[in-house]
Design a binder for this molecule. Structure first.
Ligand code: GLN
Length: 251
């Protein structure tokens, strides 16, 4: 009897531990967020992430949205280019991926209110002499496929190659195979902090402000209203600002 009680107690402990790990609280419904965990500080893989092995500002926001609405939250990791398709065919309920709200994307999905402001910046080596976007005209640039950075470079008519991951672009730059990388500001700060010898060049006149939003399937207003209410709360009580400070490199 005593042994049985002990076994039951152990079983309870592991069930509770599982619940804590997966964030399952028996909530009313669930939200599956699609992301591309290749975009620090917004989403990346970590040993002890906020949700399973996923960590970052966006993952913490996703978790809060679940808590605010008493819904279980899970993360599905995929290529950035596949996210909006996965949303449209119902593979995920929402996309949180440092995704800039653009008119083009808003034709196929609905976006939440903006939750973060960003801009594109140039990462280069000091010896490149690059001081502005205009200086890129005779240079070779690496960008990530499907990112707004790619669109901006195409619009500027520059020579470029696109890669699947930000880290691949950085390796190209470190190895001297390109002159610059154009990518979102907070992510650039992270890469520069991790790779000595690289600098950030800002050019506010060339790169417009961008705003990140969470995407849902077109017409899913029920989920969108929940997400918006939660974002508004996190903007009002400074949760998102604090997450930004916690995860970002001090500039
Ligand atoms: N903000 C950029 C975009 O929307 C990059 C997003 C990302 O890499 N996750 O394209």
């Amino acid at each position: 009897m005593k042994k049985l009680t002990k076994i039951m107690a152990m079983a309870m402990v592991s069930i509770l531990a599982m619940a804590a790990l997966t964030g399952c609280g028996g909530g009313s419904g669930s939200i599956k967020f699609g992301t591309n965990a290749e975009f620090p500080p917004f989403e990346f893989i970590a040993a002890n992430g906020v949700i399973g092995e996923y960590d970052g500002i966006d993952i913490a926001i996703a978790k809060k949205i679940g808590e605010d609405n008493n819904m279980d939250v899970s993360i599905e990791n995929m290529e950035f280019d596949s996210l909006l398709v996965a949303l449209q065919n119902g593979q995920v309920d929402a996309v949180i991926a440092g995704m800039t709200i653009t008119e083009e994307r808003a034709e196929s999905v609905d976006f939440s209110i903006p939750y973060y402001r960003a801009t594109q910046v140039i990462i280069t080596k000091p010896e490149s002499g690059i001081k502005s976007a205009a200086d890129l005209s005779d240079k070779f640039v690496a960008v990530v496929q499907g990112y707004t950075g790619e669109t901006v470079i195409i619009d500027l008519g520059l020579n470029y190659e696109s890669f699947k991951k930000g880290t691949e672009c950085i390796m190209e730059l470190v190895n001297g195979k390109c002159d610059a990388v154009v990518i979102d500001s907070a992510t650039a700060a992270k890469y520069v902090a991790d790779n000595p010898g690289l600098i950030i060049v800002e050019d506010e006149s060339a790169f417009e402000n961008e705003e990140y939003g969470i995407a849902v399937k077109k017409g899913n207003t029920e989920l969108l209203n929940k997400i918006n209410a939660s974002i508004q709360k996190m903007l009002d009580d400074q949760t998102i600002a604090e997450l930004g400070d916690k995860y970002s490199v001090a500039e």
